[in-house]
Design a protein. Structure first.
Length: 496
């Protein structure tokens, strides 16, 4: 008898199927996932649409069960019979499958590096400070990605110097060709009716605004989005990948993260197509390297650290930040915020469930870090509010990278800045109620004041950090430091 194969909702591509075409498939749509947390409405729509599209593709081969919990759905689908499943992407899901005697767990798919291979590499580097750059170069070598023999293509491993340009002066948009946009169908209509009904019944609540689906929900759509990016947008991606424009939130970014994290795309096919564009002369090496770094470097690194650091990592709070997230942030109330940069980023999340990596890190995350918000709550917020947010994605990205809550195990310094960085890398300071250079007064920039208050609060720790010692010494030159600290205390959790 053929053993059925269970697909989780983020294992939707063909590379997650095991065995031949005659192997039956089980999928469970568990309502309890949405009861437990207030997810972004657009995220809930995308996940359910993607699952139902996959079920429609599989046809009679799949047993698609809608149930209250995974356990109930699996019992309805196969009873006490055996099933296989590929390694899930969260500790909670691993606990679930580990508690079921009938489930056989197969190796993880959807990533380039096997867990055992990473552990061997990490243990060989001491296991404590694992530099992403070292890991990235190892992945490039072992997978022969963007290589010319033993040397990196283009003569350099890292093209960050060419990929950190501010936006063009006076430009409201980057002028890149638009990204792929899917068209909704009858499955999307069914999903929207179900979400509306659940909200009316009071069984489920969401955050964020509904709207036309912006991200792929099927393998066909994801491949079209990949093709659109590689052929029309990749060439211009690199130089301005760290820049921000108020009227151009997507710029030249790929918008493929949700498709990768749903399992609709495999990372190998993404980086191989990008490399092919460079070798064919259709995209410069700095843009291709920047994209390869995001997929084969950072995404892979975050996935591996999630499992290598262990489940307790999510509870790290080295800076002892315990302030609750204010209501205006939890509700994505961008209209309550006067600071133009933060209001713009929060509105993008509210309306689409997405921003690119710099608003996430240097606007949303930086503001939370400066105010001492609880890193666990910040992690949960990012997980719920972003269409590409999953536990494995957000725990390292927020606890380690964004909130420095691991005390530097993942990164060498806290990622936060004053308003000058935002002003240099965006057009968001123009027309703002605040001035990026002002620390005090009615027009004091909340990022500039917040930056100095953060350094003061953690001076004893940060002055021992070689990358932070010089900025910390700058506190001694601030004649108005006490006024900065007083105004920051008065701000509290009010919207800036």
């Amino acid at each position: 008898m053929t053993v059925p194969h269970w697909l989780f909702g983020d294992q939707l591509g063909p590379h997650f199927l095991t065995g031949g075409a005659d192997v039956p498939v089980v999928m469970v749509e568990a309502r309890s996932v949405f009861r437990r947390r207030r997810f972004h409405r657009a995220k809930a729509h995308l996940v359910l649409s993607a699952m139902r599209h996959r079920a429609a593709e599989l046809g009679d081969r799949v047993r698609y069960v809608r149930a209250e919990t995974y356990r109930e759905g699996l019992r309805e689908a196969v009873g006490d019979g055996p099933v296989t499943v590929h390694h899930p992407t969260s500790y909670a899901a691993m606990r679930l499958v580990g508690s079921l005697d009938s489930v056989a767990v197969l190796p993880a798919r959807g990533f380039l590096v096997a867990h055992d291979d990473f552990r061997t590499w990490a243990d060989g580097h001491g296991g404590r400070h694992l530099r992403q750059e070292d890991f990235y170069r190892w992945v490039r070598r072992t997978h022969e990605l963007l290589m010319d023999g033993d040397r990196p293509a283009g003569g350099r491993w890292n093209h960050d110097h060419d990929n950190r340009e501010p936006p063009p002066k006076g430009a409201g948009t980057l002028g890149a060709p638009p990204p792929y946009r899917p068209r909704e169908d009858e499955i999307d209509e069914e999903v929207r009716r179900d979400l509306d009904r659940w909200e009316r019944e009071g069984s489920v609540a969401f955050v964020g605004r509904d709207g036309a689906r912006r991200f792929p929900a099927s393998r066909r759509e994801a491949l079209a989005a990949l093709r659109r990016f590689v052929e029309h947008r990749l060439a211009g991606f690199g130089p301005h990948e760290d820049a921000m424009l108020a009227r151009d939130p997507v710029m030249s970014h790929s918008l493929l993260s949700s498709s990768l994290n749903l399992g609709l795309l495999d990372p190998a096919e993404c980086v191989e197509r990008a490399e092919g564009a460079w070798r064919a002369g259709r995209a410069p090496v700095n843009s291709v390297e920047g994209f390869v770094r995001q997929v084969a470097g950072w995404r892979e690194y975050v996935w591996q650290l999630y499992w290598y650091f262990g489940e307790d990592y999510r509870h790290r709070n080295a800076l002892r930040h315990h302030e609750p997230l204010p209501r205006w942030f939890l509700e994505l109330d961008a209209d309550a915020v006067r600071a133009r940069c933060l209001a713009t980023a929060l509105a993008q999340v509210r309306d689409t469930g997405w921003t690119h990596h710099i608003p996430r890190l240097m606007l949303l995350g930086s503001y939370a870090l400066q105010r001492g918000w609880d890193p666990g709550a910040v992690t949960d917020w990012f997980h719920r509010c972003f269409v590409d947010g999953y536990d494995w994605v957000m725990v390292p990205n927020v606890v380690g990278m964004s909130q420095y809550a691991d005390g530097g195990r993942m990164t060498t310094k806290p990622y936060t800045s004053g308003g000058s960085y935002v002003n240099r890398m965006s057009d968001l300071c123009g027309g703002c109620a605040y001035r990026p250079g002002d620390r005090v007064g009615e027009r004091a920039c909340p990022y500039t004041a917040g930056y100095w208050a953060f350094l003061h609060r953690h001076r004893a720790r940060l002055e021992r950090n070689p990358r932070m010692a010089q900025p910390v010494r700058g506190l001694d030159r601030l004649a108005d430091l006490e006024e900065v600290l007083r105004r920051e205390r008065q701000r509290g959790g009010d919207p800036p």
